[in-house]
Design a protein around this ligand. Sequence first.
Ligand code: FES
Length: 143
Amino acid sequence: MTDTRAACAPKHLDSSDACGKSNDRQLLQLCRAEDVRRAGSLRVEPAGVAPLAVFHADDSFFVTEDACSHGDASLSEGMVSDGQVECPWHSGAFCLRTGEPTAFPAVLPIRVYPVSVKDGFICIARPVPDDDVYANGTNADRV
Ligand code: FES
């Protein structure tokens, strides 16, 4: 069977980065890095924030919104390979680094968040309601 997913090369983030590089926005501690390493992916539900998916793949951590852009599936339950997560419902796929869809029927991107690891915890800047941190590839570089 031929893999029809678009190419997606994950960016390797330095897991030693401190959480303090987030333009003074409040940091959100999501979960223990070790728990994600062990599980591969986790769904986290921070207070006041839509559920997030935390992934460990290719020796890097990634955080995305948990909801698939095609339906109500939880991406944290999807299969991860080649820097992409495959939705468990209809096999749409997304690049973990950029959030761009890489396989039909997913056609809309998902949000991705720059990740830092501090004191063994996965951190992101706390999302705000009109957050422009969308999956366009530029946010993944602002760690
Ligand atoms: S709900 Fe994710 S591809 Fe359909």
